[in-house]
Design a protein around this ligand. Structure first.
Ligand SMILES: C[S@@+](CC[C@H](N)C(=O)[O-])C[C@H]1O[C@@H](n2cnc3c(N)ncnc32)[C@H](O)[C@@H]1O
Length: 306
């Protein structure tokens, strides 16, 4: 745990006096530092209002008088640890959709088909995928649907697949675990797929099928802290619309770390524009239209990734 117990305002400064319009640059810089240490997000000066709005909501909810009291609260043991979840939820953008980026999903399907055809030679019988920054689960369930369809269409009854879904946001993960979505959230999805993989609950709510749900496992993982987790080797790492939270150098560090969790010949699928100028000797760019993906070279680390 990162502990930063600095007082950000003097005791006499009150909430009513210090809001978005009056937080000065020095105070803002202190909060930015605190948040960067804790969740790795570098809030730019442009996002000052966003930050202070989030802090003000928490001050009001907790009945605290100023940012200084809130800082103390965040560093007050267990209740502070729980409060971090609330603040992170307000500061993270969890926009997501089922079947969000078609070209990347086609690439995933091609990759899975190709792997299935190789399985007979290498004796592998499972595909493991990881949705990094999965938000409320739509991306992870999309990966599960595609893998399920691909394996069935290849007529491969022996292949098992699983998806690990990770995020820093507690409430997003809980929504994913629940697996209930509104008709609006499903509106871009093929009707046939909805019928196959969801059960209508009434009130425009749909429940992901138990068969898919058991393949997807939700875990709280901060991408800046991956090395502390026992994650194992993945065939597919899907990381889209997450890296933009971070500065270029941090993005590179995250990608290099993710690479360690990729099995030999595994694929890392990013969003187009998620990174420029990333050069990792283990990874080869996969050519494709409107996609950004890298494959782990088979020749570099035969048998292991470490
Ligand atoms: C915009 S959503 C993207 C969701 C999904 N990948 C997609 O493309 O539809 C970004 C997600 O990244 C998560 N996130 C932000 N910082 C994170 C961190 N340090 N570690 C893990 N997840 C993080 C947010 O909570 C949010 O759910």
């Amino acid at each position: 745990m990162v502990t930063v117990a600095n007082s950000l305002l003097t005791q006499s400064e009150t909430y009513s006096e210090y809001n978005a319009s009056t937080m000065n640059d020095k105070q803002f810089a202190r909060w930015v530092e605190l948040l960067e240490l804790r969740i790795g997000v570098r809030a730019s000066a442009l996002r000052k209002t966003f930050l202070t709005n989030a802090l003000d909501i928490r001050l009001q909810t907790l009945g605290l008088q100023n940012y200084n009291e809130y800082d103390d609260y965040l560093h007050s043991g267990n209740q502070g640890e729980i409060e971090w979840f609330e603040l992170i939820d307000l500061l993270t953008i969890r926009e997501t959709r089922f079947f969000r980026h078609n070209s990347s999903l086609e690439l995933l399907q091609d990759y899975a088909l190709n792997k299935l055809s190789q399985f007979k030679n290498v004796g592998q019988q499972s595909l493991k995928a990881w949705s990094v920054g999965c938000a409320t689960g739509e991306e992870a369930y999309t990966l599960a649907i595609i893998l399920d369809q691909t394996i069935k269409s290849a007529g491969d009854k022996s292949c098992y697949f699983s998806v690990m879904a990770s995020d820093i946001s507690h409430s997003a993960l809980n929504a994913g675990r629940k697996g209930t979505y509104s008709s609006k959230q499903l509106n871009k999805m093929d009707e046939k797929l909805i019928q196959q993989h969801f059960t209508a609950l009434g009130n425009n709510q749909y429940q992901i099928s138990g068969q898919l749900k058991i393949r997807v496992c939700f875990n709280k993982v901060n991408v800046l802290d991956i090395s502390q987790k026992n994650i194992g080797q993945m065939d597919i790492i899907f990381c889209q619309n997450l890296l933009y939270y971070f500065e270029h150098d941090t993005r590179i560090k995250i990608l290099n770390k993710l690479t360690e969790y990729l099995a030999t010949d595994g694929i890392l699928i990013l969003g187009p524009g998620d990174i420029f100028q990333w050069d990792n000797p283990d990874m080869a760019l996969v050519k494709g239209d409107n996609t950004l993906a890298y494959r782990k070279s088979a020749s570099i680390n035969p048998g292991t990734n470490k």
